[in-house]
Write a protein that binds this ligand. Structure first.
Ligand SMILES: Nc1ncnc2c1ncn2[C@@H]1O[C@H](COP(=O)(O)OP(=O)(O)OP(=O)(O)O)[C@@H](O)[C@H]1O
Ligand SMILES: [Mg+2]
Length: 593
């Protein structure tokens, strides 16, 4: 039931502005249904008029009076009714098609826009494949249902109302008898729908998980091959596939069983109508002929009464998928946006000092990662963060850019908490080169320009030169126009990192955060990265998560993190003299270098 509520909320959000279109559709469908209901009576009249005409015409005494005038008139009305039915139905389906196209377009864009506003946490805590499934199969299910089921829903409701009116108009008692089995049908439908809903929910969630698995396996293909894990990979997939198959099957069975059950109810209902109808005929005040006619008419109505219910239930599988789809998409839609102050302060660089003050932070409640970290950096200084893997270095960076917010303590720029700045202002001032650099589809030039879409080609080349990647790019056959899309893998990790350094240079940030790639790069690229970093860092305030000795040596301050706490802090000489973790690290690297 909660699903239905959430789905309803979702559709309401996107469809409410088309209320006029829906109203017109409802009226048109009403007219169309009225035409269909009335048309047969004119056919009956036409037949009787034709019979009268033939009787008059065959009799020589009355032949003079015979004329086809009224027959023709009735026939025209009959034709007009059918035309009315067809044309109103056509216009109604056109309107619905338009509403569907527009609203589903907005839903797609809405979901995409939402992605750009959501907190980083959502992406960190959901698999890419599952998120992708919401954009693909869930939205598709919503579209399919709107395309095919929407008009059917309108028609069924109109038919249902139509048949109710006709039945009560004919005979109130018999109308009640015909409707008598409805509560039973409703109870059966509710039970089956509940079962089907649960199954289809599982199905879509399992599909999301399977997509997550496929996504992960495709990305990790090389790891799978080098470790000879092909069989395990397939076995893992089989497990997911089996789950999807099971839940899909039970979803199909429960959705599919509803229609036959309603057919059974319809038959049962017909029997009830015949039974009570005959009983009234025998015990009532009506003449036998009239009573029998009533029974025949109501047998017909009884079938028509169940018709809309049956056509809705035959679409039930599709509708249930759409309800589940809406639930899953609405889950994304109702995720919290990134928090920012209503009137964010603007930020024009660091004038004096950036301070990280006694910061405690946890990604998951109860599992604290940073335990009271304090670092201060003055304008133009460079801080090197070192420490074993998992010690929380990247986490500190995540907080500086407000990918996440601190649990307690605070980060201030010139005394102002960073949560008081508008996010846009903050991020304009903070440039980040991530640990795992990302390239986008497009040319290399586009990729560098990502930092500043309006940048001229000269500036792009200049940034590439500063990042020490210009010569490599120039050596490619197509140079800056090389398409990155399918060829991400032709670039080495170091080259990708250099390109993202160039991208960051273009934004000319005040505070620079570099999460050095841990992956091994060749010595030439390593020297290139080092030179690029030196150049980029110059004159800027910077945090560098450093693995390379040279970077660390250059730092104004070295901060050693271990298990989320600072264990050493100071410059190179001081830390060396302390003969702690850093001294060990230094001696280690001296040997390997
Ligand atoms: N999104 C997340 N959700 C939950 N825990 C996380 C998340 N990201 C990181 N962690 C945990 O936080 C801790 C610190 O991770 P972090 O990425 O900051 O380490 P790091 O010092 O950058 O390591 P490396 O040198 O390997 O890059 C780790 O124990 C990690 O498991
Ligand atoms: Mg890291």
């Amino acid at each position: 039931m909660r699903d239905l509520k959430n789905a309803g909320k979702y559709y309401w959000h996107y469809l409410k502005k088309y209320w006029f279109g829906f109203l017109v559709t409802a009226i048109l469908i009403g007219i169309s249904t009225a035409c269909i209901v009335i048309a047969p009576t004119y056919l009956g009249r036409a037949v009787s008029e034709l019979t009268t005409y033939l009787q008059q015409w065959t009799n020589t005494a009355t032949r003079g009076d015979a004329n086809l005038g009224s027959f023709h008139k009735t026939l025209w009305v009959y034709l007009a009714l059918y035309l009315g039915d067809a044309s109103t139905l056509f216009i109604a389906s056109m309107i619905l098609a338009r509403i569907t196209a527009y609203s589903t377009g907005t839903m797609r864009v809405g979901l995409f826009r939402k992605m750009q506003r959501m907190q980083v946490q959502y992406f960190d805590s959901h698999s890419d494949g599952d998120i992708l499934a919401r954009y693909t199969s869930d939205l598709d299910n919503i579209f399919n249902a709107m395309n095919q089921a929407l008009i059917e829903i309108f028609l069924s409701v109109a038919q249902f109302i139509g048949i109710l009116i006709v039945m009560f108009d004919q005979n109130v008692t018999m109308a009640w008898v015909t409707m008598g089995s409805t509560p039973v049908a409703l109870i059966i439908a509710a039970v089956v729908m509940k079962k089907a809903g649960v199954a289809v929910n599982h199905q879509q969630d399992d599909i999301g998980k399977m997509n997550g698995y496929i996504n992960e396996q495709v990305t990790a293909q090389k790891v799978i091959i080098t470790n000879g894990l092909q069989k395990d990979s397939i076995a893992g997939f089989r497990k997911h596939n089996q789950k999807v198959r099971k839940s899909a099957m039970s979803g199909q069975i429960w959705s599919g069983v509803l229609n036959p059950l309603m057919q059974g109810m319809s038959l049962l209902n017909t029997a009830i109508v015949i039974f009570f109808g005959s009983w009234f005929a025998l015990n009532g005040t009506l003449s036998t002929g009239a009573a029998l006619a009533l029974v025949v008419v109501f047998v017909n109505y009884a079938q028509q009464y169940y018709q809309p219910i049956m056509s809705l239930t035959s679409l039930y599988g599709m509708i249930q998928l759409a309800i589940t789809g809406a639930r899953r998409v609405d889950e994304v839609r109702s995720q919290p946006d990134e928090v920012q102050p209503a009137e964010g302060k603007s930020l024009a660089g660091i004038k004096d000092e950036l301070q990280i003050d006694d910061v405690h932070f946890s990604y998951l409640p109860g599992k604290e990662i940073l335990h009271g970290v304090s670092i201060s950096v003055h304008k133009g200084e460079m801080v090197a963060l070192v420490g074993p893997t998992g010690s929380g270095k990247t986490t500190v960076m995540n907080l500086l850019n407000r990918f996440y917010d601190v649990d307690s303590g605070g980060i201030t720029i010139d005394g102002t908490d960073i949560r008081e700045f508008s996010l846009k202002e903050l991020r304009k001032n903070v440039g980040i080169v991530l640990q795992d650099p990302q390239l986008f589809s497009g040319t290399i030039a586009d990729n560098i320009r990502f930092g500043d879409p309006d940048a001229s080609m000269e500036r792009v080349i200049d940034a590439a030169k500063q990042a020490n990647i210009h010569e490599f790019i120039a050596s490619l056959p197509k140079g800056y126009e090389t398409e990155v899309s399918d060829e991400q893998s032709i670039f080495s990790a170091g080259q990708k990192q250099l390109m993202s350094i160039a991208r960051t240079i273009l934004t000319n940030p005040q505070l620079l955060i570099l999460d050095e790639a841990t992956s091994n790069v060749d010595t030439v690229t390593e020297a290139n990265i080092q030179a690029a970093m030196d150049r980029v860092i110059q004159g800027r305030t910077s945090f560098v998560i450093a693995h390379r000795l040279k970077t660390i040596l250059n730092a104004d301050k070295i901060v050693v993190l271990k298990d989320g706490a600072i264990i050493e802090q100071g410059n190179h000489d001081k830390l060396l003299a302390e003969d702690g973790f850093y001294a060990g690290l230094y001696r280690n690297q001296m040997v390997t270098d």
